[in-house]
Design a protein around this ligand. Structure first.
Ligand SMILES: [Zn+2]
Length: 290
């Protein structure tokens, strides 16, 4: 037996703007990580990369990983009924076109992106097939979902961590809600996943000043809790992980060195993948992710 290796974790930030300036909180995440000499992974929606290329360049210049969060996130304030455009069912050719555009733009700004995360964690087998054409790893599932998912050959899945005893992902809802009260230094004990993949959103630290036409739950328990005071919650999470002896790395590094779930292997499971939202709703009973 070799000496026990250190547990690893990645802080991943979905960079999108459901309301004005929501993407700018990516800078807050970046600064907190840099305070600790760590780097994170920013899954950036293509509409953000198009509107604010400097954000992508700044994050990359600081050493953070740039990855793709698909094309255009639905803007809740403007188009309340619109579903995310990257959804199963729109056809692989159109999907490929959309993802190709996103991939090219990020490549031009920051070098070839390796990772992809589906908007609202919504994916399926056909989406994954297209993802595999451009990207090396996907991070749109939980470990429980990935085990049942038929990943395309060559694609690595880096699952988002969930809390023990439930399918809830370790991410933004925690930072906005009970996060400030939980003993965050124990976060590493709240999940069994190794590596630990935590997800946040750029808008976590940006106060919402717009009227949002969304569900009551999302307004009161999600967007209205965002703001600069969350920066300290993020700082405590990062400090807690480091003080627990956990090594922080980018998702790309974890996917290359750690990810246990590869397309070629999990194909043996033989089960068709399902939309992750369905599986997650069963597990969590909530629809609270972006
Ligand atoms: Zn998102």
């Amino acid at each position: 037996m070799t000496a026990q290796r250190r547990r690893r974790a990645s802080i991943t930030v979905d960079t999108e703007a459901p309301y004005r300036d929501g993407e700018l909180g990516a800078y807050d995440y970046a600064r907190v990580l840099e305070e600790f000499g760590a780097r994170g992974t920013f899954f950036i929606a293509d509409d953000i990369a198009r509107a604010n290329p400097k954000l992508v360049e700044d994050l990359a210049a600081a050493g953070h990983e740039i990855a793709s969060h698909g094309t255009e996130h639905p803007y809740i304030s403007k188009r309340p009924q619109q579903r995310p455009p990257l959804l199963p069912g729109i056809g692989e050719a159109e999907l490929e076109d959309q993802l190709g555009t996103a991939y090219q733009r990020l490549s031009a700004l920051a070098g070839e992106p390796r990772g992809f995360r589906a908007m609202c964690f919504e994916t399926d087998v056909s989406v994954m097939r297209v993802v595999a054409k451009h990207f090396k790893y996907d991070s749109s599932l939980t470990a429980g979902q990935a085990a049942k998912f038929k990943l395309p050959p060559g694609l690595v899945e880096l699952p988002v961590s969930t809390f023990l005893g439930g399918g809830l992902r370790v991410g933004t809802p925690l930072f906005l809600g009970p996060g400030s009260m939980l003993p965050l230094s124990r976060l590493s004990r709240a999940t069994r996943d190794d590596p630990i993949v935590i997800y946040g959103h750029s808008f976590d630290t940006i106060r919402c000043t717009q009227r949002l036409y969304t569900s009551r739950f999302k307004r009161f328990w999600y967007f209205e809790r965002c703001g600069p005071d969350r920066i300290d919650v993020i700082r405590r999470i990062v400090r807690g992980l480091i003080e627990s002896g956990i090594m922080l790395q980018t998702a790309a590094v974890l996917a290359e060195t750690e990810a246990p779930l590869r397309g070629a292997v999990s194909e043996r499971n033989g089960q068709q993948g399902q939309r992750s939202r369905q599986a997650d709703q069963q597990a969590a009973g909530e629809d609270q992710d972006m």
